[in-house]
Ligand binder design. Sequence first.
Ligand SMILES: CC(C)(COP(=O)(O)OP(=O)(O)OC[C@H]1O[C@@H](n2cnc3c(N)ncnc32)[C@H](O)[C@@H]1OP(=O)(O)O)[C@@H](O)C(=O)NCCC(=O)NCCS
Length: 233
Amino acid sequence: MELSNIIIRVANATDNHYATTLTDEMASSAKARGTGIAKRSPEYIDQKITEGKSVIAVTTAGEWVGFCYIEVWEHNKFVANSGLIVSPAFRKTGVAKAIKKKIFELSREKYPDSKIFGLTTGLAVMKINSDLGYEPVTYSELTTDEQFWAGCKSCVNYDILMSKERKNCMCTAMLFDPADHYTPEETKTAFKKQSKIYERFMRIKQSKMLKFLQKKQAGGAPSKSLLRFFFNF
Ligand SMILES: CC(C)(COP(=O)(O)OP(=O)(O)OC[C@H]1O[C@@H](n2cnc3c(N)ncnc32)[C@H](O)[C@@H]1OP(=O)(O)O)[C@@H](O)C(=O)NCCC(=O)NCCS
């Protein structure tokens, strides 16, 4: 796939040298957004590239533009498309959309029977996922693989996830089930209709969770209404 002078393709051994730049940008973008992220090492990204489980966007001159990788859980029952990052200079030009489409196609090709999911705090990614046919789900519909959740340990919001017994956190979970899903046209239309509600919902959820964490860190007991908000969410 080509987006003017940008090439979007499955990454290969010639791309391993981008690994450190990619992990540095993932960390600094999360810091700039003030959101958490499951941190990844350059070695982990390197492995994804080598295994053919990632998609990279580069300019025809060889500058990195964007990246995303696949993780497989519970013996192929679940596939996660994670680590989406677009270089700041290339944002808002449709790169993320094209990368997500390519990694979705790669996931479907490699693991046709797997449920594909992602966790995100961003409206842009929710929108892209909806365009592909993903629907928002509760965390109980995601993998129960301990290794997957252990990946969240490096996230600044890990305390929130654990205090909610892994039932909820700052991220919204979205899933594509090959055996039971709406058409992308339907999920796209639904998201379009409700995007204002989603935006508000995420803002409220994130601010309530932060208050909860602040109270917990200060040693105070959370109010009953706050707990109700979390657990009946
Ligand atoms: C989030 C991110 C991947 C988006 O990349 P991008 O290439 O700018 O996104 P696109 O241009 O493909 O935009 C896709 C859609 O999201 C919308 N969008 C992009 N950035 C947005 C933002 N900050 N807020 C709301 N919507 C946004 C676009 O308008 C577009 O919608 P459209 O189809 O109606 O035009 C990029 O900003 C980034 O790398 N951020 C830091 C890392 C990150 O947040 N990764 C996601 C982790 S889950």
